[in-house]
Design a protein around this ligand. Structure first.
Ligand SMILES: CC(C)(COP(=O)(O)OP(=O)(O)OC[C@H]1O[C@@H](n2cnc3c(N)ncnc32)[C@H](O)[C@@H]1OP(=O)(O)O)[C@@H](O)C(=O)NCCC(=O)NCCS
Length: 254
C-alpha cells in the first residue's frame, strides 16, 4: 500500500538504535504511546543494555534528516521458564536455558506508515530470535483496540493466544490486551494431552523451585514479577520505581 503522506519514494535503511538517537527516540515514544517511559528505558535502548533494537531511517530525506528515526522496534531476551507464556511452550526440563524474545515497543511515525516498515522491523526481530538456538518464540502484548497493530501481527502469522483482562491501566482506566506469539526454531505450543500435562507439571515444578529459592534467599521484594497493570509493570528491572502516573520503565507494545 502506498502512503500518500510520504512525498517521494523513501530509501529505507535499517540499523541498530544508537546513542545519537536518544532525543528523537524519546520524542517518538511520547507521540505514539499513551504511556510515559522512564529515561532509564531510553538509556538502556540506545546503549544496548539488555535490549536489542532496530531503527528505520529514510536515506533520501533532505535537511540533514537522512539518519533520523522514522520507525523503531525494541526487544529483549527473557527466560522461557520465567515468562508468562511458559505454560504454552513445549516444556523440556533438560533445557532450563530456553529463551524467548519479547517485543517491548514498536512504532512508525505517521507519515511513513503502510510502507512496510513495521513488517520489516518485525522480520528483523524474528530473524534475530531464530538465530538464537535456545529461543523458542517471539511474543508481545497489544492493547485490544489497536486494530492496525493487531492486523499487522495477524498478517505476519503471529498467533493470538490470550486476552488479558484489564492488563493495561492508562489514566485510571483499565484496558484488555492480547498476547501474540510467533514460534521459532521448532518451538510450539504443546498439542497432545500428554504434552500439555507434562508442560504444566514442568512449569509448576520450575515455578515452585523459583519460589523456594527466593524464599530461601529472602529475595522477596514485594513487587510482583508480572503485575497485571501496565503502569506498575517493568520488564527491565524489577527494582525500578513504581510510578502510578502512567510511567513505564520498559514496557510492552500498546
Ligand atoms: C502499528 C504500526 C507499527 C504499523 O506500522 P506500519 O509501518 O504502517 O506497518 P506496515 O506498513 O508494515 O504494515 C501495516 C499493515 O497494517 C495495515 N494497517 C495499517 N493501518 C491500518 C488500519 N488503520 N487498520 C487496519 N489495518 C491497518 C496495513 O494495511 C498493512 O497491512 P496490508 O499490507 O495488509 O495492507 C503503526 O501503525 C504504528 O506505529 N502505530 C502506533 C504505535 C503502535 O500502535 N505500535 C504497536 C504497538 S503493539
Amino acid at each position: 500500500m502506498v502512503n500518500p503522506k510520504v512525498p517521494r519514494r523513501p530509501t529505507l535503511f535499517y540499523r541498530p538504535i544508537q546513542p545519537s538517537d536518544l532525543e528523537i527516540l524519546e520524542q517518538i515514544h511520547g507521540d505514539l504511546f499513551p504511556i510515559r517511559y522512564e529515561s532509564e528505558f531510553f538509556q538502556n535502548v540506545v546503549n544496548g543494555r539488555e535490549i536489542v533494537s532496530w531503527a528505520a531511517v529514510d536515506r533520501s530525506r533532505p535537511n540533514g534528516k537522512s539518519d533520523e528515526l522514522v520507525g523503531f522496534v525494541t526487544a529483549r531476551i527473557v527466560l522461557a521458564k520465567e515468562s508468562e507464556i511458559a505454560d504454552i511452550l513445549r516444556y523440556d526440563s533438560s533445557k532450563s536455558d530456553q529463551t524467548l524474545v519479547y517485543i517491548l515497543t514498536l512504532g512508525v511515525v505517521e507519515a511513513y506508515r503502510n510502507c512496510g516498515i513495521a513488517s520489516s522491523l518485525i522480520r528483523k526481530v524474528i530473524k534475530y530470535a531464530s538465530s538464537i538456538p535456545t529461543c523458542q518464540a517471539v511474543y508481545l502484548h497489544v492493547i485490544s483496540y489497536n486494530n492496525p497493530a493487531i492486523h499487522l501481527y495477524q498478517k505476519m502469522s503471529f498467533k493470538c493466544i490470550r486476552r488479558l483482562q484489564g492488563f493495561y491501566l492508562i489514566n485510571g482506566q483499565h484496558y484488555d490486551s492480547y498476547l501474540f506469539v510467533y514460534y521459532v526454531n521448532g518451538g510450539r505450543s504443546p498439542c497432545s494431552p500428554l504434552e500439555l500435562v507434562t508442560s504444566m507439571v514442568g512449569y509448576m515444578r520450575s515455578g515452585f523451585k523459583t519460589v523456594a529459592a527466593k524464599l530461601y534467599k529472602n529475595e522477596d521484594r514485594k513487587v510482583p514479577k508480572w503485575p497485571k497493570c501496565k503502569e506498575t509493570h517493568s520488564l527491565i528491572s524489577t527494582q525500578n520505581k513504581r510510578n502510578l502516573n502512567a510511567e513505564c520503565g520498559g514496557c510492552e507494545c500498546v
